[in-house]
Design a protein around this ligand. Structure first.
Ligand code: SAM
Length: 255
């Protein structure tokens, strides 16, 4: 019998600079050499994020979707999203730095709002003035407080089949970003959200309900709004993707 290698055994990572594939990644790789921008706008992303973007955002291409990104910096990523999703998409960027206002209308479908992502007043204003959003990307300040309050403050308003992406969650392991108290990080917060998705299975006695046809079930089965509207929570290296989709009561049967 071949021995099973222990999963915790230290092994080296590949030294590969190409870490994704697809059209969006090619756009990123060629960004610096492009002459077609009136003024070049830098963008800053980790190479391994692009496979994740393709997996979760490709279905929005060519649709009249609305994307909200926290963290504008030089405006490059807003341009990239516009090119990828198409001119009919509405792209809204938010940054605490008032200098980013210069990137408002960088392209006709790009809007920049100056504000603090951890302010509920700012989030409510964004939803009222530019939402509801199909795609929310948090690439802002990356502290625990910012990541958690932005997620908590906007997730319920994301459209029924929308996605929320929190980037750079490696900061959950960096002490200087842990400003929400000991042990409170975005990664830990998302783990608790996974627990919420499964609370309907506790206590185990409810399993009988899940075998019963819907019409014969008494009363309502309650769960949290998060659990009732979330299809998946996916952890990637330094990213968490929440995919929304309305859930029904669980149903299991032999066929
Ligand atoms: C990593 S950069 C954004 C990069 C950009 N999305 C890109 O891909 O090119 C982070 C930005 O977040 C902004 N930021 C920091 N704290 C913020 C806050 N509390 N609210 C909104 N934006 C914030 C910074 O000013 C900075 O421009």
């Amino acid at each position: 019998m071949p021995q099973k290698p222990p999963l915790a055994e230290p092994v080296p990572l590949a030294k590969s600079e190409r870490q994704s594939s697809g059209e969006l990644y090619e756009t990123f790789l060629n960004w610096s050499g492009r002459q077609d921008h009136q003024s070049h706008r830098r963008l800053h992303k980790w190479h391994h994020y692009f496979d994740v973007y393709e997996r979760h955002l490709a279905r929005f291409r060519g649709t009249e979707c609305r994307l909200l990104e926290f963290g504008v910096m030089d405006g490059g990523s807003l341009m990239m999203w516009s090119e990828y999703l198409g001119p009919q998409a509405r792209i809204v960027g938010v940054d605490i730095d008032h200098r980013t206002k210069q990137f408002d209308k960088l392209l006709p479908n790009i809007t920049v709002v100056v504000g603090d992502q951890s302010s509920q007043r700012v989030l409510d204003g964004l939803i009222a003035d530019h939402g509801p959003f199909d795609i929310v990307i948090d690439d802002g300040g990356h502290t625990a407080r910012q990541q958690i309050s932005t997620f908590n403050g906007i997730y319920a308003s994301v459209t029924e089949r929308g996605v929320f992406i929190c980037e750079d969650t490696h900061t959950s392991y960096w002490p200087e970003y842990q400003d929400a108290g000991p042990g409170t990080t975005m990664i830990e917060h998302a783990k608790k959200m996974i627990d919420q998705m499964h609370t309907v299975y506790c206590p185990e006695a409810q399993v009988a309900r899940f075998r019963t046809p819907m019409a014969a079930r008494p009363g309502d089965l309650l769960t949290t709004r998060f659990a009732a509207t979330t299809f998946s929570v996916q952890f990637y290296d330094s990213m968490i993707v929440f995919e929304k989709r309305p859930r029904a009561e669980p149903f299991t049967e032999f066929r």
